[in-house]
Write a protein that binds this ligand. Structure first.
Ligand code: NAD
Length: 496
């Protein structure tokens, strides 16, 4: 796959960046080779995209919601028909295996399906006879006129999405399908690292019958995102990405009077009780730590072994992880692809050095894995005897590095996990209902799992990160998304 080119999509038209702004090269991380490009530095295009979304808003907001969701029903069919082609582009520009790419697309389609329920989801409520007016009008048998009240959910206007590289199709679908189903129009600024598959999916909106300007796409880096966030006509900002960027965006967007939700970075803990089903624990930890090459906000990158569970868990993990085939995601039998970029590879290698310097035991060295010489590969890496103060435990590595800590009791393990700055997810492997109850009530993480490695919520549930994993009030997906993308309007009526 070579020379893939995508453009901005503004007002239903593909717009090239113009020679002045240059291009952003997109690379295949499995080879390091350029495979295509998108226009860069589109601030002027970004302003046009907001204008297109603004002018499309009144017509789209007035389109009956039942008609709006017909576009999403058609869009879902189009995605199904193009699933393998889109997945191949995800594999080529991001590095996922084909199975991971298809799985992520299915999760994106799940969001589209949920958004088709908008006619029910945005339905309001009424409460008749909230009061009786006796001041000057007396009817209803002279007892007074009744007052009724209702609440409607109405769209906001132009909404903005800023998305990360790690799920270039799925994460944008946490945002725009529900936003437009609710009657908003949308501007999306995808990651500059793998924007080709995102572009492909937005390009398909036209075939689904979305009117021009309802969904717009602008390429570029942080400078384009910042210009969009600051734009006076943007009403709401939905961001997914690092805590560093999310904290800044939350502050800036809120100061500019915008509604904002920022789903951010993570460092997730998997707790293993001595009574856990061993096969399920090994399988769950392995998939969670090394799936998507560890580039997942739900990656379980720290294990806390309780009691003597490390005695069987660590050797089994090392054995199973050393068997994962590392290579290009397009090859059959490959279990783990490359990291997204050379910078990501360097960062992960530097954390392996930091782990060694801090005194953790390198039980499996991913630098020595059998893997291609070109491309941005690092093999599965496991540190044992890690402690909460080490950077490999505290910081988000966002790569295939798993750190194992040891605790005497469940309460000690929970206390160690709760030292984390982050609170995206935590899981426990055990057969004990009592342990599960203590865990779920005291662990500080908004997404929790029991005997599940990656407790990813389906689209009907919110993506509920806590602490530095989230800034805002309403999360992505679930009922939260409906409320995030609508305003409440309350009406009180009296018929005299
Ligand atoms: P990133 O923060 O570098 O970039 C994300 C997006 O924000 C990109 O579109 C980028 O161009 C833009 N951006 C970067 N800096 C910005 C700034 N200062 N102002 C405005 N826009 C800016 O993140 P990434 O490396 O692409 O993605 C990985 C991160 O995303 C990880 O931390 C991961 O945990 C997180 N993530 C979180 C969730 C979640 O739901 N909590 C889901 C997926 C990924």
């Amino acid at each position: 796959m070579a020379n893939l080119v995508a453009e901005h999509i503004v007002g239903g038209e593909r717009v090239s960046g113009g020679s002045k702004n240059g291009q952003l090269a997109v690379r295949n991380p499995a080879t390091g080779e350029p495979i295509g490009h998108v226009p860069s530095g589109g601030i002027e295009v970004a302003l046009r995209a907001v204008a297109a979304a603004k002018s499309a808003f009144p017509g789209w907001a007035n389109t009956p919601v039942g008609d709006r969701v017909q576009c999403l029903f058609r869009y879902k069919q189009i995605l199904e028909a193009n699933l393998n082609d889109i997945a191949r582009v995800v594999v080529t520009e991001h590095g996922k295996t084909m199975g991971e790419a298809i799985g992520s697309l299915r999760r994106g389609i799940d969001c589209v399906e949920y958004a088709t329920a908008a006619p029910v989801l945005i339905m309001g409520n009424t409460l008749p006879q909230i009061a009786v007016s006796t001041s000057f009008c007396r009817t209803e048998d002279q007892g007074g006129v009744g007052l009724d009240s209702q609440i409607d959910r109405v769209p906001l206007g132009v909404c903005l999405g800023i998305t990360p590289f790690n799920f270039p199709v799925m994460v944008p679908m946490w945002m725009w399908p529900m936003a437009v189903a609710c009657g908003n129009t949308f501007v999306l600024k995808p990651s500059e690292l793998d924007p080709l598959s995102t572009s492909m999916t937005i390009d398909l909106c036209k075939d689904a019958g979305f009117p021009a300007g309802v969904i717009n796409l602008v390429h570029g880096g942080a400078e384009v995102a910042k210009a969009l966030i600051a734009h006076k006509d943007i009403r709401a900002v939905s961001f997914v990405g690092s805590t560093r960027a999310g904290a800044e965006i939350y502050k800036d967007a809120a100061a500019a009077g915008k509604r904002v939700q920022c789903m951010c970075g993570a460092k997730n803990h998997s707790l293993i009780m001595p009574d856990a089903n061993r096969e399920a624990a090994v399988d769950g930890v392995l998939g969670s730590a090394f799936g998507n090459t560890g580039q997942r906000c739900l990656a379980g990158s720290v294990v806390v072994c309780i009691g003597d569970s490390a005695d069987w868990l660590v050797p089994s993990l090392v054995h199973a992880a050393s068997k994962i085939r590392v290579g290009p995601g397009c090859e059959a039998g490959v279990g783990m692809g490359p990291l997204v970029s050379e910078a990501a590879q360097k960062r992960v290698l530097s954390y392996i050095e930091q782990g060694l310097k801090s005194g953790a035991t390198l039980a499996l060295d991913g630098r020595k894995a059998s893997m291609p010489k070109t491309g941005f590969f690092v093999g599965p890496t496991i540190f044992d005897h890690a402690t909460p103060d080490m950077s490999i435990v505290r910081e988000e590595i966002f790569g295939p590095v798993l750190s194992v800590m040891r605790a005497k009791t469940l309460d000690d393990a929970i206390a160690m996990a709760n030292q984390s700055e982050y609170g995206n997810m935590a899981v426990i492997f055990t057969d004990s209902g009592n342990a599960v109850r203590r865990f779920t009530r005291t662990i500080q993480a908004g997404m929790q799992g029991v005997n599940v490695g990656v407790p990813a919520p389906m689209a009907v549930f919110p993506f509920s990160g806590w602490k530095s994993s989230f800034y805002g009030d309403l999360h992505a997906n679930g009922e939260d998304a409906v409320r995030f993308f609508t305003d409440s309007r309350v009406l009180v009526t009296r018929w005299i």
